[in-house]
Structure formats: C-alpha cells, structure tokens
Design a protein around this ligand. Structure first.
Ligand code: NAD
Ligand code: G6P
Ligand code: MN
Length: 449
C-alpha cells in the first residue's frame, strides 16, 4: 500500500492537534508513514507536538514523528505540506486589530488594514517556504495552504512563484455550509452550493439538497436568527465564542439589505464597518479572546498531559481539520471532488480580471484545482470585488517593489478605511509596529512635494 510523508509548516499552531486527529480519522484514505512538524519557534512547537503525539498514539504506533526547525529535515522527500504559519504570532495579530481600532477603523485578522498588515508580513516567508519545499520535497508535492491572509498570500504566490504547487484554501465557506446544514437538518456533504468571490469576500448564490432549492428556507431562518443554529456549540464549539456568534448573527442585517445571496460572514467588515467598530472593544479584541481561550487551553492540556498522562479531549475535529484532509485526499487519489477553493480566474468569471485569485467551486485533482465556469456576476458584487482586488493587488506590488506610495494606495482603496488621511495614519503606525517584519517601504517623493 502506498504511504505518504506529510509535513506541517507552522507545527506550533493551535490547530495542529485537531488537524492531526483529522488525519488519524482518515488513515485508510491517506495512509501516513511520517508526520514532520516544522516551525521557526521550536519551543512552542515542541509543546504542541506533545499533544499531537498523544493523539497519534490513540490510533497507531507506525507513524514516525519528527519535530524540527530545520527545513531540510522537515521537507526532504515529503508528499504533502500543510501550511498554517502565523507570521508574528498572536502578539502581532493583537496589534493588527488594535491599531486600526485606535483610529476608529475595523480591527481584524484578515480584513481591512489588519489584513493588509498581516499580508505585508507573510508574503516573503510564504515564498521562502515554497522554495524550501521545491528544493527538498518530492516533485509531486503539493502545499495545501491555510496561512492567512489567504487572499493576499494567493496573489503573492501567483505573482512571485506562478508555477508552485500551492492550493490556497479557507474553512469559512465550509463552516458557513456547516451552519446551513444544521439549520436545514441535513448533512453538510449533501449540500450543493454555488459561490463566487475572493477569499473572505464572496457570496453563496445557490444552496440545493437533492436538486431542491433550499435558499428560500435559509432566507426565512436568517431573517429571524441570522445564520445560527439553535446551539452552535453542539455542532462545532470552535465557532461558539461570543464574537463568532455575533458574526453569524450579522448575516441577518446584511441579508435584510441584500437578500439575493448568502454572504460570506467576513463581508460584515466591508458592509457594516461602522456598526462593527461601534461594537468592538478596543482594549480586548479577538486576539485576546484566542490567547485567553484556545491557546491557553492547548498549553494547559499539554501541561496536564505531561503531569498526569491524561489527555483532555480538547482537540475535536471541526470543519477546519476535516476540510484540509478532504482536499488532500482528493489530490492524493485524484478524486476530482468539488470544493470551494482559490484559483486564478482565467475566464471563470469573465467580467473580473483574468489574473484575479478568486474563490469558486473547483474539482480537486492530482494536477490541482480545475474551476467550474461561473459566468458573469452582477454589477454590485463586481464593483465590490474590483475594489477589494485592487487593494490586495496593489498591496502585493507594494511588497515586491518596496513602495510606500503603493502601500498607501492599497490602504486607501480598502473599503473599511474612510479616507486617505486615516489610511496614512494607520499605515504609519503599522510601519512602526512591524519594523521587524515588513520589507522597507520607500517613499519615491519627499513628503509635501
Ligand atoms: P498560531 O500562532 O497558534 O500558530 C502559527 C505558528 O506559525 C506559530 O507556531 C509560529 O511560530 C509559526 N510560524 C510563524 N512564522 C513561521 C514561518 N516563517 N515558518 C514556519 N512557522 C512559522 O496561529 P493559529 O491561530 O493556530 O493559526 C495558524 C494559521 O492558520 C494562521 O495563519 C491563521 O490565520 C490560519 N488559519 C487559516 C484558516 C483559513 O481558513 N484559511 C483558518 C484558521 C486558521
Ligand atoms: C475562520 C477563517 C480563518 C481565520 C479564522 C480565525 O476560520 O476562515 O481564515 O483565520 O476564522 O479564527 P480565530 O478563532 O483565530 O479568530
Ligand atoms: Mn479563512
């Protein structure tokens, strides 16, 4: 039987043990001989690997585990790489969220100025990872990438490493479908959806079960409760934190305004930015919630396991773990399963630029994703997408050219930012905060000229 070697880059991630459990649940479809954990923070990763090893031991003793900070040891001869790096870790996420908020603008991990800042940190480390993988891994190796901000990462990779075998994925569409299925009382796998957009910036245009249109029922439910099932924690406790509940509730006001399609929950930041800011706590953001919640409970579980040998069942397999493994199995076995992923447009949506990285249904094969033709999209959605796309594309130009002016253009174009004046203030604060991480952004003209 063919077995695979898999590396996880960003092995110290809080998601690692859940993803490992998901891999273990699917060993029949994706038999593994080795799992290599790779991170630049060896100390953090080694703690997480304690939990990962304990999970693996519940299933098998035939998988070799490597815990390393050496790229060659990590990637030599591997078949797959899962990427989930958070460049700058939660300390920088916290600043990405708090600096914009201090200027009255949305403070978010992947959307608005916070997302742009995270993008400026991540492109070059992502390119470095691709180069390591190309140097050491099997030629057939695919990188399945969750590292955010996925939209900007996808554009950076398209531009700088156009031939790399990277598939950029996001769990938000599947998480949204998980909620839809809960509301409709069906299995998520039975939903047939159409969807178009950019990552964290798209719309579901069709939801069917057995050929029957279920959008009317969902509209009705959303008009009362948003995209929430009665008790989301029973379905997936990862999205049961207060801030996520609010996010799913916010689908209601968006659909009250624009009832045609079901929006990706992240559209709240672009369509309701003033409301979001009013309801944000500038002192305690999602980064704080995650550090005090998911991160602390992971390290507490590891500490307890080392002390007592008892592994609390803290690493459940939510859609996040299931989805990355589903995509990988579809590549490994050339199953051509249909999932929503990021691809280069190339005419899939004829009224968007051919070189846009869009998120649409695609068949996942061993040669990569094959997108399904979508067709022209309505003007409203196109206009929003064009603006966001321009912001993200110009940001990538700013990174590759080291251009301050382009960074400022990218910030100014972002719909969450009200003016060039505010854009400049936020950008300047973020430059200061990201000194260690960002490429140098040079001004072509003296200020005031
Ligand atoms: P985390 O901080 O717990 O883990 C990230 C790890 O990446 C850390 O251990 C860090 O040391 C490591 N890292 C940073 N730079 C690195 C580099 N250059 N090379 C190797 N490792 C590096 O973060 P988390 O909350 O667990 O999230 C992990 C990543 O997954 C983030 O990028 C997050 O945005 C992303 N994510 C994406 C999706 C999606 O839908 N696309 C969903 C969830 C999380
Ligand atoms: C969703 C998104 C991810 C994002 C994550 C943040 O799953 O698809 O792209 O990273 O939420 O979740 P967190 O719990 O870290 O706020
Ligand atoms: Mn995502």
């Amino acid at each position: 039987m063919k077995t695979y070697k898999l590396a996880i880059a960003g092995g110290g991630s809080t998601y690692t043990p859940g993803i490992v459990r998901s891999l273990m649940d699917r060993l029949e479809d994706l038999p593994l001989s080795e799992i290599r954990f790779y991170d630049i923070d060896g100390e953090r990763q080694s703690k997480v690997v304690v939990a990962a090893k304990a999970v693996i031991a519940e299933y098998t003793d035939s998988i070799k585990v490597i815990d390393t900070t050496e790229p060659e040891t990590a990637f030599d001869d591997v078949d797959f790489v899962f990427a989930q790096m958070r460049v700058g870790k939660y300390a920088m996420r916290e600043l990405d969220e708090k600096i914009p908020l201090s200027h009255g603008v949305v403070g978010q991990e992947t959307c608005g100025p916070g997302g742009l800042a995270y993008g400026l940190r991540t492109i070059f480390p992502m390119v470095e990872l691709i180069d390591f993988v190309e140097k050491y891994a099997k030629e057939s190796c695919w990188i399945v990438n969750y590292s955010n901000p996925a939209s900007i990462v996808a554009e950076g990779v398209r531009k700088l490493r156009p031939n790399a075998k990277v598939i950029n994925i996001c769990d938000m569409p599947v998480a949204t479908m998980r909620n839809m299925a809960g509301i409709l009382g069906v299995n998520r796998e039975d939903l047939v959806v159409d969807y178009f957009g950019l990552n964290h910036f798209g719309w579901f245009t069709k939801v069917e079960v057995d050929g029957v249109d279920r959008l009317p029922e969902l509209r009705e439910h959303i008009s009362k409760w948003g995209l929430l099932t009665e008790d989301i924690s029973k379905i997936d406790y990862r999205h049961a934190d207060a801030s996520w509940i609010k996010t799913f509730k916010n689908i209601k006001p968006i659909m009250d305004f624009f009832p045609d399609y079901i929006p990706n929950p992240y559209l709240q930041y672009y369509l309701l930015p003033d409301y979001i800011v009013e309801n944000s706590n500038k002192e305690y953001t999602r980064a704080n919630e995650v550090m005090d919640g998911r991160e602390q409970s992971l390290f507490e579980t590891v500490r307890k396991f080392e002390e007592t040998g008892i592994l609390d069942d803290a690493f459940h397999v939510g859609v996040h773990g299931i989805f990355i493994v589903d995509v990988t199995i579809s590549i490994a076995q050339n199953l051509a399963k249909r999932y929503l992923v990021m691809v280069e447009n190339k005419g899939t949506i004829p009224n968007l630029p051919a070189d846009a990285m869009i998120e649409v249904p695609a068949l996942i094969t061993s040669k990569g994703p094959v997108p399904e033709y979508v067709g022209e999209i309505p003007y409203f959605h196109k206009a929003m997408i064009d603006q966001q796309l321009a912001s993200e594309k110009i940001l990538v130009e700013a990174i590759t050219e080291g251009s301050y002016e382009k960074a400022l253009q990218a910030f100014t174009l972002n719909k969450t930012i009200p003016s060039a004046i505010v854009a400049k203030k936020i950008l300047d604060d973020l430059i200061e905060a990201n000194k260690e991480y960002w490429p140098t952004l040079t001004k072509k003209y003296q200020e005031g000229v």
